[in-house]
Design a protein around this ligand. Structure first.
Ligand code: SF4
Length: 223
């Protein structure tokens, strides 16, 4: 879903087909930005390269954006996780669905990139489906919180599905607890809108996770 930048919203800036894209690639990770997507990369978005060093905690990612102003409030480091089983019709990130695709990188290499930028307000964990790598993503989010940055997470699962599944899915509870703002729900093509803040379709919600967990119900964030 994830942020597309929102993977979860179906409008993405990562495109793997190579056609009509602005392509930037580094030594280890390639980032392809589709010019026709609803969330085109702004001049403020930079590309960041990560080393493929799958030691310690590792994440399978499709790519990152070093500075994004479209994946949540402020300036954000966005990580697009690789792997999604939702297969929402109209998804703009089909290249993130394959659980064997993308690239395995160490969490530390991601954190290193985040530490380098004092302008960041937070990170956004998008996809793909971040909750398919919930344990690693929760570790990442925990480390980012220790830097006094906030965490926004996209998921094709609804908040209610995540709560219902947390007993059986490793890391779901932890990732929810380490998420400040959750954009939840699958991308629904019929409800697609370009007017929604940080979301792709009208069913998706911007949730204040801490308040939602305390009240035991979805509470909209005030952004
Ligand atoms: S299939 Fe749905 S949840 Fe998965 S990346 Fe695409 S829009 Fe997001």
């Amino acid at each position: 879903m994830g942020g597309m930048a929102v993977q979860g919203d179906g409008s993405s800036v990562i495109q793997g087909d190579g056609s009509s894209v602005i392509q930037g690639n580094g030594s280890s990770v390639s980032f392809l930005y589709k010019t026709s997507d609803t969330r085109e990369p702004s001049p403020c978005i930079t590309r960041t390269n990560l080393e493929e060093v799958p030691d310690g905690v590792s994440l399978r990612i499709a790519g990152v954006i070093g500075e994004s102003i479209v994946d949540g409030p402020g300036i954000r480091f966005t990580i697009f996780t690789q792997g999604c089983k939702h297969h929402c019709p109209g998804c703009h990130n089909p290249q993130t669905h394959d659980f064997n695709g993308g690239k395995l990188v160490s969490m530390e290499s991601v954190l290193e990139q985040v530490r380098k930028n004092p302008l960041l307000d937070g990170i956004t964990i998008s996809g793909g489906e971040p909750f398919e790598q919930a344990e690693a993503c929760s570790e990442l989010a925990k480390s980012v919180h220790a830097m006094k940055l906030n965490v926004m997470t996209y998921s094709g699962y609804t908040f209610e599905e995540l709560i219902a599944g947390e007993a059986d899915r490793p890391g779901w509870k932890e990732l929810l607890e380490e998420t400040d703002i959750l954009v939840d729900g699958r991308f629904e093509l019929a409800r697609k809108s370009l007017l929604l803040k940080f979301r792709g379709s009208g069913n998706q919600r911007l949730l204040d996770v801490k308040k939602s967990l305390i009240r035991g119900m979805a509470v909209e964030a005030n952004l």
